[in-house]
Design a protein around this ligand. Structure first.
Ligand SMILES: Nc1ncnc2c1ncn2[C@@H]1O[C@H](COP(=O)(O)OP(=O)(O)OP(=O)(O)O)[C@@H](O)[C@H]1O
Ligand SMILES: [Mg+2]
Length: 239
């Protein structure tokens, strides 16, 4: 076991039916790192997160989390290990209050005082959600719903959070709010693997970043290196 690797994915191969999508993707997240995963539509970014969390089947490759092999493990078994996954699409329970959404996030946390601490911490990080704890999540703005989805993931006090396109489809003002939230969580020391279309902002925050193309690693480096790379700039940053 290498404890420098919180998450270590090597040579992931996966597909849907017989169509190959991942053709050997390798990704490492070290403790406390903010790692960005960027690349064009269809590159396989979401599939990487699904493969890590057992929602997509890997035909080969290894996934270790905190030194433990987790390949093929079901998502509900990953939660107690401290792996939170926030899928694409700001999925909240619309007919439930903000508070009840957070309760759902904490369903695996049995100890009352741990739950209470998780609530206190999340409401401290997101005062806006504290103000609106009784509001039905479905009636909140898109940006606020994304906050609820992220906050729900935080209720397990994860070691690592996987986020798929947290800013997608939001008005510019809320895109900013989402990136401010990510920056705050990074400052708090949370380890994150974040898939983002918004490459410039995702790279600006990234300790390390991977550019995927056609299901393969194409480039990697620090966020700053990828931001300065002419290929990244031409393909993803509109130069
Ligand atoms: N459930 C599925 N069944 C069949 N094919 C799928 C399924 N999900 C994804 N694919 C295909 O796998 C490929 C990679 O998809 P994936 O969602 O991982 O890409 P992505 O990099 O996240 O793209 P985007 O930026 O558009 O979200 C695409 O060609 C997509 O059509
Ligand atoms: Mg995707």
């Amino acid at each position: 076991m290498n404890d420098e690797h919180l998450l270590n994915c090597t040579e992931l191969h996966a597909g849907y039916g017989r169509v190959p999508v991942l053709r050997g993707v390798s990704i490492v997240v070290r403790p406390g790192q903010f790692v960005s995963l960027i690349g064009p539509n269809g590159a396989g970014k979401s599939t990487v997160l699904k493969a890590i969390t057992g929602f997509a089947r890997l035909s080969s490759g290894t996934v270790t989390f905190n030194g433990q092999a987790i390949r093929g493990m079901r998502a509900d078994r990953l939660v107690p290990l401290g792996l939170a996954y926030i899928p694409q699409g700001r999925i909240v329970f619309g007919q439930m209050s903000v508070h009840d959404n957070l309760e759902m996030g904490a369903f695996t946390v049995r100890d009352e005082s741990t739950r209470a601490k998780a609530f206190a911490r999340v409401y401290d990080l997101f005062p806006r959600l504290a103000e609106r704890r009784t509001q039905l999540a479905g009636t909140m703005s898109g940006g606020e719903q994304q906050m609820v989805a992220i906050a729900r993931g935080l209720m397990i006090q994860p070691r690592l959070m996987l986020l798929d396109e947290p800013s997608l489809g939001l008005a510019p003002r809320f895109v900013q709010v989402v990136f401010e939230t990510l920056a705050m969580l990074k400052c708090e020391g949370l380890s994150m693997l974040v898939v983002e279309q918004n490459a410039a902002q995702a790279l600006a925050l990234a300790d390390h970043a991977y550019l995927l193309e056609l299901g393969r690693n194409r480039l990697e480096g620090t966020g700053t290196e990828l931001l300065a790379n002419p290929d990244t700039r031409r393909l993803y940053l509109g130069d």
